[in-house]
Write a protein that binds this ligand. Structure first.
Ligand SMILES: *Cc1c(COP(=O)(O)O)cnc(C)c1O
Length: 353
């Protein structure tokens, strides 16, 4: 607290990201990063871009990357917006689209950045409880609102909403922006990008941090009709004209262009998810049906906080949320085969003692 702070700063409750400690031989299954590196073509592109042009500002329109994403999504480039991680894209969307007279709606168990942005941008909001199976109940969203936001698949549950239900939500809320945060969509969920051409009220965000293995590069994007994209551009250009540096633009573009590598790593994650789910179930864990690169699991006899702490002592990190309804769960990022085996080994010792 300081008398020098702007009044709003006193009221903020900043988001707390998963820890990034410097423990030797750490197995890091706590922040949903990819266990596989990015495509080798990304390194090559970043090397190529590392030259004298770094003295020049990057393209404020990020045209080349937008074109690559246009080709990837099958939509024109004026349907694409890029930013410094999808967190930044979300922040801009709050200011550009979701700050309305009526409250923004999102699930009670969801990405914990959503209420943080509400406070930051003074957006009124209502959190609607997931049902007893941790699913979004669409009927709850039939109430006056100034926008709707949720991750699909949801985080930290990993549970996906089918496309048909998203279509219904869009039909039922034609006067609100529905923002579908697809941070984990590439691990087996049908993307709402295919609905963008039919729905002027749909904005979809995706990130390079998970499926593209580029959390360190900070690139995210949004897909929507030009009317929505235009609002994002207006806010961005009132804040920071150059959110993506030259190396990020080059690296992200190379990643999108290497579809074979992308698909093969996503498939590896999906395969290991089925395997890990089975192993955890055999240990007595209840595992929610995940469509993400993590699983959300609890053991009937052991507290989530206790398990997380014991694993940490063995230099393996998972995420635990000290939050009503989910404090018994662990969110475990899928690692390499080797890392997942180590996890199961450590959990076997803990659960059987
Ligand atoms: C990881 C994540 C993001 C943000 O990713 P960036 O690294 O900022 O691109 C957004 N939404 C959800 C639900 C996430 O899990």
């Amino acid at each position: 607290m300081s008398r020098f702070w702007s009044p709003l700063v006193h009221q903020l409750t900043p988001y707390v990201p998963g820890e990034q400690p410097k423990i030797p031989n750490l197995t890091k299954l706590n922040t949903n990063e990819s266990p596989y590196g990015p495509s080798p073509k990304v390194y090559e592109a970043i090397k190529q871009a590392t030259n004298d042009t770094l003295r020049l500002y990057p393209d404020p329109q990020a045209q080349d990357l937008k074109q690559a994403l246009a080709d990837y999504t099958g939509l024109p480039a004026n349907h694409i917006f890029v930013g410094n991680g999808s967190d930044e894209v979300l922040a801009l969307a709050y200011q550009a689209l979701l700050k309305q007279d009526k409250p923004l709606l999102f699930p009670d168990i969801s990405y914990s950045f959503y209420p943080v942005y509400c406070k930051m941008y003074q957006v009124d909001y209502e959190q609607l409880p997931l049902d007893e199976n941790f699913k979004i109940n669409l009927a709850d969203y039939q109430r006056p609102n100034g926008g709707i936001i949720f991750p699909n698949p949801n985080a930290p549950t990993g549970i996906a909403l089918p496309l048909g239900e998203i279509r219904q939500l869009l039909d039922n809320n034609p006067d609100s922006v529905v923002l579908v945060d697809e941070a984990y969509v590439d691990f087996g969920t049908e993307s709402a990008v295919s609905l963008v051409k039919d729905y002027p009220n749909l904005l979809v965000t995706q990130t390079f941090s998970k499926s593209w293995a580029l959390a360190g590069l900070r690139v995210g994007f949004a897909v929507g009709q030009p009317e929505l994209i235009e609002a994002l551009i207006r806010v961005k250009d009132s804040f920071n004209s150059y959110p993506l540096d030259r190396l990020a633009l080059a690296g992200a573009k190379a990643a999108v262009e290497d579809q074979d590598y992308f698909k093969s790593t996503c498939n590896k994650v999906i395969t290991s998810r089925e395997k890990l789910t089975q192993a955890l179930s055999q240990l007595g864990f209840e595992v929610l049906p995940s469509s993400a690169n993590f699983v959300f699991a609890r053991h009937p006899q052991h507290e989530g906080a206790w398990l997380a702490q014991k694993l940490r002592k063995k230099a393996l990190l998972v995420r635990h949320f000290n939050q009503p309804r989910i404090s018994s769960f662990l969110r475990i990022t899928l690692g390499t085969e080797e890392q997942n085996t180590l996890l199961i080994q450590l959990l076997t010792e803990l659960v059987n003692n």
